[in-house]
Design a protein around this ligand. Structure first.
Ligand SMILES: N[C@@H](Cc1c[nH]c[nH+]1)C(=O)O
Length: 384
């Protein structure tokens, strides 16, 4: 095997792709800052115990593990930064007030989430801690929509779901509660026949409601249908009202869809959840939602909600960025030349100094002007 081969679903990012990714990363972090989100940089690896505290089984299976030569303990390479940021909020910042944090960095997955998915997504996201009200969920939803819009996508679908519905149904039925993980799998797959068979010894009301969930997807009218089809438990009524409010806040910015069985995620979610879809990609480009119990795992319960997305995946969908026009300049130490080049760069121009003997500048840049000395002055000339 040639020694330059990379493992499956691991890839280098070459210049034109890297530029798209980096442009997006900067734009998004700048936007997060305008909303008051503070940037944090959690480590790439941690003790598995703390990395996986509060995370679900999905994350555990996705986490690469290595032995630490210093402590002999097991370390994990992060598969999702959300729980790391929750740890920072709970323990290191220790604030009681509302805290807004954002992050951008690579995460690693033991297995790709799809055939062509990378095992090294570049995760970027934002999280709000300390506010249990729907205002925080609405702000996160708005920020997620703005982030996808920044990438140039105008045709976005927002799918809403709520973990509270399943939790309220299971709270009344101990047999069903034990099976939460399996039930989630059936619901995710909308496998009504499988669910029917699996739930034959449940209370009839629970069974009927679970089966109804597999049919409750579509436009906003699903919320009305859900009111009819599901028991009027306080948890369900509250969840449906929250979804109605979140759907209303997105009208005009995205096509809103409701899917009450879409319980994908990492299983730490505790309330309203959303996913954003763009044309041409079957998988969600961004996911988010409420996860109020992760802080407890770090000894300090804090209401929490946030979203994240994979910059590599999003950038892959974008057309190749236009090559940046630039200026070719000769190599030299003359003070006037250096000053002229410095001024142009200060003004945002790309100036590439040709190395002696290499007159053809790199492919990545297209030089449309050249800096030449005429009558003792350095001037710009268009290249034909
Ligand atoms: N980190 C989650 C999304 C999320 C961020 N905050 C809350 N949920 C994911 O990658 O699916």
């Amino acid at each position: 095997m040639p020694n330059w081969l990379l493992p499956e679903n691991i890839a280098d990012v070459l210049p034109s792709e890297a530029r798209k990714i980096e442009d997006l990363r900067r734009k998004m972090l700048d936007t997060f800052r305008l909303y008051g989100y503070e940037l944090v940089m959690p480590p790439l690896l941690e003790y598995v115990d703390s990395l996986l505290a509060g995370a679900g089984q999905d994350t555990e299976l996705r986490t690469f593990k290595v032995v630490d030569q210093l402590s002999g303990r097991l370390l994990g390479l992060r598969a999702d930064m959300t729980t790391q940021v929750a740890r920072i909020d709970a323990h290191l910042l220790n604030r009681d007030s509302v805290t807004r944090l954002c992050y951008a960095g690579s995460v690693l997955h033991t297995r790709p989430s799809g055939l062509h998915a990378t095992r090294e997504p570049l995760q970027i996201g934002a999280e709000i801690y300390g506010h249990a009200g729907l205002e925080a969920d609405a702000e996160i939803q708005e920020l997620a929509l703005s982030s996808v819009a920044l990438a140039g996508f105008t045709d976005v679908r927002l799918d809403l779901c709520h973990v509270g519905i399943l939790r309220a149904l299971l709270a009344d039925d101990p047999a069903a509660r034990r099976d939460e993980a399996q039930l989630t799998c059936f619901l995710r797959a909308k496998d009504a026949p499988g669910l029917d068979e699996f739930t034959h010894n449940y209370l009839p009301a629970t069974r009927q409601a679970l089966l109804a969930l597999t049919q409750l997807y579509g436009g906003i009218d699903v919320l009305g249908r859900a009111k009819e089809a599901l028991p009027a438990l306080p948890g369900i009524t509250r969840a449906l009202a929250e979804l109605a409010a979140l759907a209303a806040s997105a009208i005009g910015r995205a096509e809103v869809a409701i899917d009450l069985a879409d319980l994908r995620g990492y299983q730490y979610e505790s309330g309203a959840m959303f996913a954003l879809y763009v044309p041409g990609l079957p998988n969600a480009v961004a996911r988010g939602g409420r996860y109020d119990h992760v802080g407890e795992a770090f000894g300090r319960a804090r209401p929490a909600t946030g979203f994240s997305l994979d910059l590599r995946e999003l950038a892959r969908l974008l057309p190749t960025a236009e090559r940046k026009h630039s200026i070719r300049a000769p190599w030299g130490n003359a003070p006037e030349l250096r000053e002229k080049i410095a001024d142009l760069r200060k003004a945002g121009e790309v100036v590439i100094q040709s190395m002696p003997g290499h007159d053809n500048v790199q492919d990545e840049f297209e030089c449309d002007r050249v800096l030449v000395l005429e009558n003792g002055n350095w001037i710009l000339k268009n290249l034909g």
